[in-house]
Design a protein around this ligand. Structure first.
Ligand SMILES: NC(=O)c1ccc[n+]([C@@H]2O[C@H](COP(=O)([O-])OP(=O)(O)OC[C@H]3O[C@@H](n4cnc5c(N)ncnc54)[C@H](OP(=O)(O)O)[C@@H]3O)[C@@H](O)[C@H]2O)c1
Length: 304
């Protein structure tokens, strides 16, 4: 098959389109004919790109762990899917991803994709959508009537968090650079704090939950804006300061078939829409990574 692979560390310039062996499905896997794939720009720095779960070198590796496509093979021990099913999901970080014509994926990490959703839209949902679902409701305990701050509310992840929080009946304050304001408000934020023009400290009273997708100095400063009993949930780094009387959480998203099915339901009902900033063909995967690193807003999707 054709695949985009990386042979050694050094950034996205090392991504090359080349011939690669067809994936060999393990017990519990399906093989998916990839129609669209998604990625996060910094995944090439993550350990899972370079080693398997036993710590062994697994290069050359295929990036992009969001996948949407059609099942072409069902391996021994796999239940729940048949050849021809439309599926989407999140592939394991320590195995090859979806920047390829085919990928082998644990079936438990996939859900059925309704006919009304396109592969391209679906490929933007798994990683970012599962992250938001888990950040807001599993780790953040968000409830109707509460107030949540979403740092980076116009980004690939943050824009989904804004929609889910609003849908749950929360009051939503999004933050980010000024250029993200329109997207965040369109996605459902009640207010937007332009961090280039306003001080976060001056603009926001203490809230029930802060979901931070930006990190750095802002993460450290955010603890002071969490109410007692509230939570500061980060996906970039451990919060260096605990909120007084509240919780500080760093987590890594986990695949979850039921939650994927819920994302599909929300999208089908028009309650969830990915913010896709660019779509590139497989042959331009390197350029897709570079474009995202240079600041294309939202998710960049690779069509295969
Ligand atoms: N732990 C996990 O499981 C997990 C899961 C998913 C993602 N992540 C991580 O979460 C981060 C966000 O991912 P993403 O895909 O949502 O990225 P993204 O699409 O680039 O979103 C980040 C948003 O934050 C904004 N932003 C970044 N730095 C800022 C700053 N200094 N001031 C104001 N706004 C700023 C960006 O604005 P601009 O576009 O203007 O820069 C963008 O709107 C990445 O580091 C990713 O690796 C972790």
């Amino acid at each position: 098959m054709k695949a985009v692979r990386i042979h050694q560390r050094g950034g996205s310039e090392g991504l090359v389109l080349e011939d690669a062996p067809d994936p060999r499905p393990a017990t519990g896997d399906v093989v998916v004919r990839v129609h669209a794939a998604g990625f996060v720009p910094d995944e090439l720095d993550w350990p899972g790109t370079w080693v398997d779960r036993a710590g062994r070198d697994r290069t050359p590796s295929i990036p992009a762990h969001d996948v949407a496509g059609v099942v072409t093979e069902v391996a021994y021990g796999t239940t729940g899917f048949a050849v021809g099913d439309r599926v989407f999901g999140l592939t394991d970080w320590h195995r090859d991803g979806a920047a390829a014509e085919y990928v082998a994926v644990e079936a438990r990490n996939l859900a059925r994709l309704p006919d009304s959703l396109t592969f391209t839209d679906a490929a933007a949902l798994p990683l970012a959508g599962l992250t938001c679902r888990q950040a807001l409701f599993v780790h953040g305990g968000l409830e109707s009537g509460q107030t949540v701050v979403v740092h980076g509310g116009g980004g690939a992840t943050g824009s989904l968090a804004v929609q889910m929080a609003r849908d749950a009946g929360a009051h939503v304050i999004a933050t980010g650079r000024g250029r993200a304001a329109d997207v965040a408000i369109e996605m459902g934020a009640h207010t937007f704090v332009d961090l280039e023009r306003q001080s976060f400290e001056d603009a926001v009273e203490p809230v029930d939950l802060i979901f931070d997708t930006i990190g750095g100095d802002l993460l450290a400063r955010s603890a002071a804006k969490v109410k007692p009993g509230g939570a500061l949930v980060s996906i970039t780094a451990p919060p260096p300061v605990e909120p007084a009387g509240g919780r500080a959480v760093l987590f890594i998203v986990e695949p979850n078939r039921d939650q994927l099915a819920e994302l599909a339901e929300r999208a089908e009902a028009g309650r969830l829409r990915a913010h896709i900033g660019a779509v590139r063909p497989l042959a331009e995967t390197r350029e897709a990574f570079a474009a995202k690193q240079k600041g294309v807003p939202g998710k960049v999707v690779i069509e295969v």
